[in-house]
Design a protein around this ligand. Structure first.
Ligand SMILES: NC(=O)c1ccc[n+]([C@@H]2O[C@H](COP(=O)([O-])OP(=O)(O)OC[C@H]3O[C@@H](n4cnc5c(N)ncnc54)[C@H](OP(=O)(O)O)[C@@H]3O)[C@@H](O)[C@H]2O)c1
Length: 273
């Protein structure tokens, strides 16, 4: 595993996403066994960063993360848990309540990284939101703050309102989707010690059949999915959180962090789309 080091933290370049573990927008109990198996597989392989949200399966994903950690007797201090407050809960009191609910569902007494999941509705100011978030950090319920799906203007506004450094902007970033390169967020993050957490890193239909990716994968005895992750891992201040129900994929994704792309391979991949 490779790590990003900043603000006294060492964060693995690859963590586990949990969107759809335990259900889509609502809990789906039928998915509990496979979701728990995926979380257990990840803990066994050595994942320490788990990304969830109050909005995932209406909080049930958080419950499953907490349950898998408890059932495997994993030490809390060895983990880095990210969760998120939903955009409909950004008023001061709502943020405090959402955080309490997430802590209860996770069965934890602190969250490592608490993100604003999506920007507020048009016209809403973030002052009250950050008043609550700053209070949660002061109270020790949250260690670090971040945002998600924020473009540059809002990211800078978040920085100005946060009493502690904004640790990450979690955004869509993968081989064919470079919107957050083009809008300047990646460069700004790299220049200002902010992690860009790439979500949906392998969600690309043509990935398995792309010939260039396939050739690079063959050269490393790797899969195209691993090469897509290795391309993200190679970039400074970029971390990523692939999700999978499949134990082999979970292991492959973790091991992708150890693939060393040559400079030429990196450039070829960067120029692909
Ligand atoms: N902040 C936000 O607004 C936001 C939005 C979307 C996602 N996220 C976060 O980012 C995480 C990842 O994004 P995502 O779930 O949208 O997409 P993703 O991780 O890019 O893709 C997940 C899909 O890829 C497949 N897959 C994963 N690894 C594979 C491998 N090694 N080989 C073959 N197939 C593989 C999985 O199927 P199998 O189960 O068959 O492996 C699953 O269908 C989410 O779980 C969530 O935590 C955040």
């Amino acid at each position: 595993m490779k790590y990003e080091t900043l603000h006294g933290l060492s964060i693995p370049k690859i963590g586990l996403g949990t969107w759809q573990l335990g259900g889509d927008s609502y809990p789906d109990p039928k998915l509990d066994p496979v979701s728990l198996a995926a979380l257990r597989a990840a803990l066994e392989v050595g994942y320490t960063h788990f990304d969830t949200a109050e909005g995932y399966a209406a909080g049930h994903s958080e419950e499953l993360v907490g349950r898998a950690i408890r059932e495997t007797n994993t030490k809390r201090e060895n983990l880095f848990i990210t969760t998120k407050v939903s955009p409909e809960h950004l008023q001061y009191e709502q943020v405090l309540k959402s955080c309490e609910n997430s802590l209860r569902r996770l069965n934890m007494d602190y969250i490592d990284l608490y993100l604003i999941h999506w920007p507020p509705r048009a016209g809403m100011k973030l002052d009250g939101t950050f008043r609550a978030l700053n209070q949660l950090v002061r109270d020790g319920k949250v260690k670090h703050l971040g945002v998600s799906n924020f473009k540059l203007k809002l990211l800078k506004e978040a920085q100005s309102l946060s009493e502690t450094p904004i640790l990450t902007d979690q955004v869509p970033y993968r081989l064919p989707d470079k919107a957050y390169v083009e809008n300047g967020v990646l460069e700004y993050c790299q220049q200002n010690n902010i992690l860009l957490t790439a979500y949906s890193p392998v969600k690309f239909r043509n990935l398995p059949v792309n010939k260039t990716v396939g050739a690079i994968a063959n050269a490393h005895s790797a899969t195209p999915f691993q090469i897509a992750l290795a391309w993200l891992v190679a970039q400074p201040r970029v971390i990523t959180i692939p999700m999978s129900f499949n134990a082999q994929h979970i292991k492959d994704n973790f091991e992708a962090a150890d693939i060393e792309l040559t400079e030429e391979e990196f450039k070829t991949l960067s120029g692909l789309w």
